[in-house]
Write a protein that binds this ligand. Structure first.
Ligand code: BG6
Length: 507
């Protein structure tokens, strides 16, 4: 298959020239969904606005709607106007709009896929896309088989140029279904043309974990079981699940975000240094560390599961999960999940990794906190260090992106008293440019054929392998514990850490 277009005069190492995608089209299935409207379409515009899309770029929408190209263009326009990160510029929009097409049809309609094939060929002529096409499946996994097979049948998976497929999670609901799904996708697209989206990997602060660890001398020497007491990975959201029952009921917090985002954060935090940032090298290290990771038992003590109840949050009355529209009145879906994981290798032996995530918690925050052991000896009066906690390095993924270091310092005065202080790096202070949205980076990488930030199917399968025993245990246990909205989860979550004398950070 031909490589993506490259400027022969360009030196790969020259950072002054941004990486610009070659001529290509992006075909989106599921354009009427929230993701397309709120994230994908705005990200495409932002890329165009930053000059990172080629003049011949084309965007094709496919959906069961009676729309003409212009109608779809209007939908994209409104989504961009409402959600784009960068300012709206008419000239950029006009250029983008010229390449917008719409193909009406349902997934089981052979003729619709023939029309899609025709549209794609026309674009190759009109806009010079040269047979380079990416198919974005922003559809439920149940639709993967039919869409991929229809693409194959319509001759859209081969030919001149490159063909890639982008798939959104959930990649199955356990190891078995993930393997089945991977087999279906791989029966049509070779693994190197499959781009699985984990949008956390598109976040600047997540990629920065690699820079922090491997570009510096300061942290790596203490990044191991000799110095680290434990690691806490938290993804908290204050929003509830109104409007998302169709996707979330029966899925729950562990499958929704621990299986993917949080385990990827764990992999970046715990992996060994890759030989290089070649995609295959990076993935090899992630696979290795995930293979060494397993859940700690007994699960009744090392994991926790909760479901938000109704009540007051931030001055507003909010419904509990069971009252949210579309959820079964006896749903046992968890909206909060915490697990304890062990990474069995020399670097991490004996260091628990605690992962937690929940909806309707105190506030929206994602962070990785590496908590260090106490100093082996404190040559102070015991009263001097009463206020001293454990040193910690906290990677603030969002919001207020940055890194905080917490350590003890003498309180000014005539006596020796040591208390925790923090030293802070914030993106807002350190850099003038604002970070791109995760989807901008990831869509650009798809068009460039750059797979580093996309989990391979072995990573996906290993993540399920880690989580499956916990999910099976929970499945046999009935309803999760209720927690009040605006709190930090159920009491059993605190007990998970308390059993070893630890406690969750209040982020
Ligand atoms: C998605 C989950 O992957 O991530 C959602 O399905 C969650 O449930 C979302 O709300 C959060 O993304 P972010 O980027 O706002 O942390």
């Amino acid at each position: 298959m031909a490589r993506s277009w490259q400027n022969p005069l360009r030196d790969e190492r020259d950072k002054r020239l941004p990486r610009i995608a070659g001529p290509a089209s992006l075909v989106i299935f599921g354009v009427t969904g929230d993701l397309a409207r709120k994230k994908l379409m705005p990200a495409i515009y932002d890329l165009a606005n930053r000059g990172l899309l080629p003049p011949g770029f084309a965007l094709i929408g496919f959906a069961r709607r009676d729309w003409a190209d212009q109608d779809f263009g209007e939908i994209v326009h409104d989504a961009v106007a409402e959600h784009a990160r960068t300012p709206f510029r008419e000239s950029v929009w006009q250029r983008l709009a010229e390449g917008i097409r719409f193909v009406p049809g349902s997934f089981d309609d052979n003729e619709a896929f023939q029309r899609l094939a025709k549209t794609v060929t026309e674009l190759d002529d009109e806009r010079g896309t040269g047979g380079n096409h990416a198919f974005y499946l922003s559809v439920p996994p149940g639709a993967f088989p039919v869409v991929t097979q229809q693409l194959a049948k319509a001759g859209l998976t081969g030919g001149d140029g490159w063909r890639r497929v982008v798939v959104e999670k959930p990649f199955g609901h356990d190891l078995k279904s993930a393997c089945e799904l991977n087999a279906i996708v791989n029966s049509v697209f070779a693994e190197e043309s499959v781009f699985r989206i984990d949008h956390y990997l598109g976040k600047e602060t997540v990629q920065n974990i690699l820079a922090l660890r491997f570009a510096n001398q300061l942290f790596e020497p203490i990044w191991n079981a000799n110095y680290v007491d434990h690691v806490q990975i938290t993804m908290a959201e204050d929003i509830g699940l109104g409007g998302r029952a169709g996707y979330y009921d029966g899925i729950g917090a562990a499958r929704d975000v621990i299986q993917n985002h949080l385990l990827q954060l764990l992999a970046f935090t715990a992996m060994e240094e890759p030989l290089s940032f070649e995609p295959s090298q990076l993935r090899a290290e992630k696979v290795k560390v995930l293979r060494a990771t397993s859940p700690v038992e007994p699960f009744d003590e090392t994991t926790a599961r909760g479901q938000y109840g109704g009540g007051w949050q931030g001055g507003a009355k909010v419904p509990g999960l069971l009252q949210e529209e579309g959820f079964a009145p006896d749903s046992t879906t968890e909206t909060y999940a915490a697990v304890t994981l062990a990474v069995q290798n020399r670097r991490w032996a004996g260091v628990p990794f605690y992962l937690r995530s929940g909806k309707r918690l105190g506030r929206r925050v994602t962070e990785v906190a590496v908590v260090f052991k106490r100093a082996p000896h404190l040559p102070f009066d015991s009263t001097a260090t009463e206020e001293l906690g454990q040193n910690a390095l906290v990677i603030r993924v969002q919001p207020d992106e940055g890194v905080t270091m917490r350590f003890g310092s003498k309180v000014p005065g005539t006596t020796m008293e040591v208390r925790d202080v923090t030293m802070d790096f914030g993106y807002g202070h350190a850099f003038t440019e604002s970070s791109p949205e995760a989807y901008e980076r990831l869509i650009l990488d798809v068009l460039l054929g750059e797979p580093s930030l996309f989990p391979g199917n072995d990573e996906v399968e290993l993540s399920w392998q880690i989580l499956d025993p916990v999910l099976e245990h929970w499945a046999a246990k009935g309803a999760p514990e209720t927690y009040p909205p605006g709190s930090w989860g159920p009491p059993s979550a605190d007990a998970v850490l308390a059993r070893t004398g630890r406690s969750w950070r209040r982020p």
